[in-house]
Design a protein around this ligand. Structure first.
Ligand SMILES: [Zn+2]
Length: 564
């Protein structure tokens, strides 16, 4: 028997009351399930710490056994996965510490594998917890800014994350979502975007919003809409994601999404759900209420005519958008829209030299470039602009290939190959990489030679060329000196001149004391390498040797004596 709310948001699929909160302090959320983040939807809820610092105890949400423990220099940091007999797995990420028993197990594996990063699957029953037993402490490990607990509930069989708030946690929420702006997209008769315009909203009482003036007049055959809207909770100032958005045309529901469950292999479709250009140019997230043809996201429960509103000059359509949170608080925007009576403004022809259909693979092969986009890379047909300019700056060994622009989203990795235009000296050949250049910055995308071209797998449009990196990483002692007596850790800041992107590892490292490998913890967000003194280094004289490598193998060796 379980307590059920009067109107369960998603039927009986999710047992309400089965899980207890993973913390004992009041649940305040700095992030909700499904909110839009760069290249993904947030897969869990972010629970604030009680005092803004690490250390709050984290508890098993129900009886279960530890199925996975992962330690990552970025991403989830220190994370525990617990499988429960009801078919769900709970995930606790960015932990500061594991309980002693788990910590000892992890450390043993880290030393055995000589790696800080580990992904462990303890045997069924090796570590079991009762509901409410402590499993660790809240922290800031991995890609986290500020101590919090990232908490997920997944269907165990598929590992598909489900919105944790559907399980009935006690989160106080009497606050309606807030609407910020509407965007209208002018579509042609092929439903291709010809332009867009943003409209401010006027706030009325009781969560109602309207536009300035009665009726939008758009000179287009059809319109798509997108809404900037955020949810808010009692007691916090955070802007969180909403649960659902409905759009009605003349009282008929034509478009709806619900943030109930999103699989990891579809989470990148957030780039089709949001207005990607707004995201990358203004860090602003709009919920698109019309459907791009290459978007395979499963959150849409309604999409009549793909959410596109056909426009007529003599027959305005009434549009109503309703945003809601899990608790059922709503905000509503209503307006009228019709086709402008004045003739459609002629749209300047698009400048392009390739047309890439979204539902096919696409290829460009020239003297200097090989480009292959597998089917499923694009969300809509792309009027692709490609040109080449020479580059004469130091460290650049090819033309710069301008692949369309960085404001256009890409779903899948695609292959690029670039031919050098200047001979590369033999000693520099191992130091080359395919460089992605954007806004004055350079990213290493990796690179392997094939048929005279340097090839890499990339996932963004923009400017590419071949570059060389000869600079080794910089190792700067932050907490290290000859006399380490009385210190419980040593610390180094490790930085490199070139950042990496995609699957390329930026920094790799190993450290030894007196020839014995020691476990250094790498915290990527602040470039910090830390060794916490343990049983491997006793009192007396020692020699530390630390080797740090960048992506192309440039190496820095830091070797110094110390006493403990
Ligand atoms: Zn999170």
């Amino acid at each position: 028997w379980a307590f059920r709310p009067a109107d369960p948001p998603a039927g009986d699929k999710y047992p309400v009351g089965y899980f207890r909160a993973p913390v004992s302090h009041t649940l305040l959320l700095s992030g909700t399930f499904g909110e839009m983040r760069p290249n993904h939807f947030h897969a869990g809820i972010d629970i604030k710490s009680s005092r803004g610092v690490a250390g709050d105890p984290v508890y098993a949400a129900a009886d279960g056994y530890v199925s996975r423990i992962k330690v990552d220099e970025s991403g989830y940091g220190r994370a525990i996965y617990i499988n429960h007999p009801n078919g769900f797995t709970t995930v606790y990420a960015h932990l500061d510490h594991f309980t002693d028993e788990l910590a000892a197990y992890v450390k043993k594996k880290q030393y055995a594998r000589k790696s800080f990063e580990v992904d462990l699957s303890p045997a069924h029953g090796e570590f079991s917890f009762k509901k409410g037993e402590q499993i660790g402490t809240m922290g800031n490990s991995g890609s986290s800014n500020g101590a919090h607990l990232h908490f997920e509930v997944r269907k165990t069989s598929t590992q598909k994350p489900v919105n944790p708030l559907l399980f009935g946690f006690n989160v106080v929420d009497n606050v309606r979502p807030k609407m910020h702006a509407l965007k209208a997209y002018f579509l042609n008769d092929k439903l291709e975007e010809q332009g867009s315009r943003e409209f401010n909203l006027i706030k009325l009482k009781n969560g109602r919003y309207r536009l300035k003036g009665d009726t939008l007049e758009l000179s287009a055959w059809g319109a798509g809409f997108a809404l900037k809207v955020y949810d808010h909770f009692d007691g916090v100032s955070n802007w969180n994601g909403i649960y659902s958005l409905k759009m009605f045309r003349d009282e008929e529901l034509i478009y709806e999404f619900e943030m109930e469950s999103i699989a990891f292999n579809e989470t990148r479709y957030v780039n089709a759900h949001c207005d990607y250009e707004e995201r990358v140019t203004k860090k602003s997230y709009f919920n698109r209420c019309f459907h791009l043809p290459g978007n395979k996201l499963g959150i849409y429960t309604k999409k009549i005519n793909n959410g596109v509103v056909e426009l007529y000059a003599n027959k305005p359509a009434h549009i109503k958008m309703v945003a809601a949170d899990v608790a059922g608080n709503e905000a509503t925007l209503e307006f009228w829209v019709r086709r402008s009576k004045s003739p459609a403004v002629p749209v300047a022809g698009k400048i392009y030299n390739y047309l890439f259909p979204y539902n096919e693979g696409n290829l460009i092969r020239t003297e200097g470039l090989y480009l292959h986009l597998p089917k499923g890379t694009l969300y809509e047909n792309l009027y692709m602009k490609y040109d080449v300019t020479p580059e004469r700056s130091d460290g650049c060994f090819s033309n710069v290939h301008h692949l369309h622009n960085y404001r256009t989203p890409v779903q899948k990795y695609f292959d690029i190959g670039i031919r050098p235009t200047v001979p590369i000296p033999a000693e520099l050949k191992p130091k080359v990489f395919v460089a992605y250049c954007q806004g004055g910055e350079v990213w290493n995308c990796g690179g392997k030679w094939k048929d005279g071209l340097l090839r890499a797998s990339v996932r963004a449009f923009g400017d590419y060329c071949i570059m060389v990196d000869e600079k080794p990483p910089v190792v700067k002692p932050v907490a290290f000196s000859y006399n380490m007596r009385g210190y419980n850790k040593m610390k180094f800041k490790v930085t490199d001149n070139v950042e990496t992107i995609g699957r390329v590892r930026a920094i790799s490292y190993n450290a030894w004391v007196d020839g014995q490998w020691i476990l250094m913890e790498y915290d990527k967000k602040n470039d910090m390498l830390t060794y916490v003194f343990d049983e491997h280094v006793g009192e007396g004289d020692h020699v530390l040797k630390l080797i740090v490598k960048d992506a192309v193998g440039n190496e820095t060796i830091f070797e110094k004596s110390f006493i403990r």
